[in-house]
Design a protein around this ligand. Structure first.
Ligand SMILES: Nc1ncnc2c1ncn2[C@@H]1O[C@H](COP(=O)(O)OP(=O)(O)OP(=O)(O)O)[C@@H](O)[C@H]1O
Length: 534
């Protein structure tokens, strides 16, 4: 793999859930309608980078993370890790992927077993994966230096399994041994690990191993791991705890004895235990007090540098994303709508959803507070029945009206809402007009009353006064509603007011900063359209 190749490549990933079909659906024998939690997302994560995944609750971030890690099987699409498809892995290569790709969850309390000690929690993955590992194909070798003693009389043997503690390079685990005469070495403590003394010779190994020295005809040095598997695991747990900022004498304590921030550090130590290359951090600081959030984020930053880690950071919190990420992917209703370098995305957000997310963060400066905001209104629609075309269009302040419509965005949005209500037959005709003004037989009015009824209904449904041509169109459509012809009404409104945003789902164009929005879509002829003003 070259440095430019992604470590993780996600390609058209889909994850649908069928299991939540209601009892009614099943009784009625209706075809199951899946929850389209992740609906065709693609992105790359390069080695050593942090990609942020941001979006409102329920838009599919966690499901994406879990499916990338193969904690969930995908419905379609692929994830390649280090060039190999994650879903094709089996046996040894799947075990290796499980070691290499770890997760840190949001809630540090529920993700730690309350009955286990911290030592048990951090060593558990080591036990499951039978750490420390030794590979029979790795050659063990010593590099000898001598001081005050001729190298010709020194022989060094190294146990085959020292690769448990010494990382091999190109299939060779090299240990560095120094043998000095006692005159040169001065006083040494023979109890110190990695040092041994015999009749005027002091042997020392640079790695964290055991060493013995014997004097016979020459000087015989032997290097071994020197500790039991259990001791090695506890040593590693101690190192990890120290590395994440906890004290090593806390191994025998239980999760409830720690604060939220400390528990998250324990979760991070556990995720690091198997020396992963890649970690999914799923809202790692959302459950923590604001005062400790920055500490944990800084720790994650430091660990990334120290251990060459690659992160996928899932968060709904834009300040967390800005603090930690190199690039950001913005997710809405199972899809990615924009991906770009973090500074560019924060300073020049392109997708109206990204802009609205950024605008929903409270601003400090007065200038910023006075600026017109595009805040998010309404709820995220159901992922069982996402809107046609661009999924954000039902909440988007920048929906593109059909050409030559000549009405403003606000009026157009009102007409869109009206259309949606007509299409879903979500308009009650019961209380239209003054009492007894209209005779509703079988839920509709007689044809002679239809126009008057339509005018009254329009007054109830629309706040804005429409230009005459549109007034006529709307009254026409509502007259069809009045006589119960909802289809004719739907057709009439669609003919006039259907937007490209409803017809086509915009593609995420390949680019340094791609955005899936018709405002930037060449095919829809909108590239020249003015970008939304901030
Ligand atoms: N096991 C499941 N069965 C059915 N639906 C599910 C399942 N898991 C997730 N979902 C649904 O999939 C959608 C995406 O959920 P997901 O948890 O991935 O979103 P999220 O962006 O991570 O949100 P949050 O921040 O709230 O966790 C939601 O509508 C959710 O209800």
């Amino acid at each position: 793999m070259s440095a430019d190749d992604p470590l993780v490549r996600v390609d058209g990933l889909e994850k649908y859930f069928w299991e939540n079909d209601s009892v009614l659906d099943r009784l009625l024998g209706d075809d199951p309608v899946p929850v389209r939690a992740v609906d065709g997302v693609s992105f790359d994560i390069r080695p050593g980078e942090t990609l942020g995944l941001v979006g409102e609750s329920g838009c599919g971030k966690s499901t994406t993370g879990e499916t990338v890690l193969r904690l969930q099987e995908p419905t379609d699409g692929d994830v390649a890790f280090d060039g190999s498809s994650v879903y094709d892995l089996e046996g040894k290569s799947l075990t290796e992927f499980r070691r290499n790709a770890q997760v840190v969850f949001q809630d540090p309390f529920s993700s730690l077993d309350p009955r286990m000690t911290i030592g048990g929690i951090v060593t558990q993955p080591l036990e499951i994966h039978d750490w420390p590992w030794t590979d029979a194909d790795v050659e063990s070798r010593a590099e000898l230096r001598t001081d005050g003693i001729s190298a010709d009389i020194v022989s060094v043997t190294v146990d085959d399994d020292v690769d448990k503690l010494v990382s091999p390079v190109d299939g060779v685990a090299t240990v560095h041994v120094t043998v000095r005469s006692s005159d040169v070495a001065g006083d040494v403590d023979p109890d110190e690990r990695g040092i041994a003394e015999a009749e005027g010779a002091v042997a020392e190994v640079a790695e964290d191993l055991s060493i013995d020295v014997e004097r016979g005809d020459g000087i015989e040095v032997h290097v071994s791991v020197g500790r039991s598997t259990k001791q090695l695991r506890l040593d590693r747990a101690r190192d990890l705890l120290e590395r994440v900022g906890l004290s090593v004498d806390q191994l025998d304590r239980y999760p409830h004895e720690f604060s939220g921030g400390q528990r998250q550090r324990i979760g991070i130590a556990r995720a690091l235990a198997l020396e992963p290359e890649f970690m999914v951090l799923d809202e790692p600081t959302s459950a923590l007090d604001v005062s400790v959030q920055a500490q944990v984020l800084n720790l994650l930053n430091d660990l990334q540098t120290e251990f060459d880690l690659t992160y996928l950071l899932i968060s709904h919190d834009l300040s967390v994303i800005r603090h930690v990420c190199d690039r950001v992917a913005v997710m809405y209703l199972g899809e990615i709508v924009e991906i770009g370098p973090v500074d560019e995305l924060f300073e020049d957000p392109k997708h109206p959803y990204t802009r609205a997310l950024l605008d929903s963060v409270p601003r400090a400066s007065t200038d910023e507070r006075d600026r017109e905001r595009e805040t998010l209104s309404g709820d995220v629609p159901s992922p069982r029945d996402p809107p046609s075309g661009c999924r954000f269009r039902t909440r988007c302040p920048k929906v593109i009206p059909p050409a030559d419509l000549e009405i403003d965005q606000e009026t157009f949005r009102e007409l869109m809402t009206l259309r949606e209500r007509v299409e879903s037959r979500d308009i009650s005709l019961e209380t239209v007009g003054d009492e007894d003004e209209f005779d509703l037989e079988g839920g509709t009015v007689v044809a002679a009353d239809a126009d008057a009824f339509a005018r009254a209904l329009k007054g109830r449904l629309l706040e804005t006064e429409l230009p005459p041509r549109h007034d006529e169109i709307v009254e026409d459509a509502l007259a069809s509603v009045a006589v119960g012809d909802w289809e004719e009404a739907t057709e009439r409104l669609r003919e006039e007011y259907e937007s490209v945003c409803e017809r086509q789902n915009p593609a995420l164009e390949a680019d340094d900063h791609p955005v899936a929005c018709h405002l930037y879509d060449e095919e829809a002829g909108r590239r020249e359209a003015p970008a939304p003003e901030r």
